[in-house]
Design a protein around this ligand. Structure first.
Ligand code: ATP
Ligand code: MG
Length: 139
């Protein structure tokens, strides 16, 4: 997942991670970083033909983000249930986007949309060593 620039700006890092951990998702690794245009464009390259692409890249590079590698059985579904629909007005009550997002663009968090993309996106930001630190922790 990514806590997007608006989430970091609004001091929601702790709140988002608390919800994620409470839902039983394990934090494998995490980092605060500033995305540059090239990296944000590459990360969201599936959307490059969409009308909102330039604005999305602008937004994603507007301040620091927190990238988080997560693991859980049914992790994608668990996380996306926690996050809610892309548009906060359509997101279920109690979801992160419903509670905290400003708009369909500035929606606080990103969650991978499939296990395959989850693997691609975590390896985009983390190496295997970084993600194995928590292996020694008790369940
Ligand atoms: P994400 O991939 O960030 O988890 P998502 O899977 O719910 O979000 P996508 O359709 O993949 O939604 O869109 C990626 C991101 O692009 C959205 O989270 C949002 O920030 C932005 N976005 C999506 N649709 C629009 C839109 N119609 N107008 C402006 N920005 C949009
Ligand atoms: Mg998406």
């Amino acid at each position: 997942m990514i806590i997007k620039p608006d989430g970091v700006q609004k001091k929601l890092i702790g709140e988002v991670l608390r919800r994620v951990e409470s839902a039983g998702l394990q934090i494998k690794s995490l980092r605060l970083l500033q995305l540059d245009r090239a990296t944000a464009s590459r990360f969201y390259s599936v959307h490059k033909e969409r009308p909102f692409f330039n604005s999305l890249v602008e937004y994603m590079t507007s301040g620091p983000v927190v990238v988080v590698a997560l693991e859980a059985p049914n992790g994608v579904t668990k996380l996306r249930t926690l996050i809610g629909a892309t548009d906060p007005d359509k997101a279920d009550e109690g979801t992160i986007r419903r509670l905290y997002a400003e708009s369909i663009e500035q929606n606080v968090v990103h969650g991978s949309d499939s296990p395959e993309n989850g693997a691609i996106e975590t390896s985009f930001f983390f190496n295997t060593n970084e993600m194995s630190l928590s292996n020694s922790l008790q369940e």
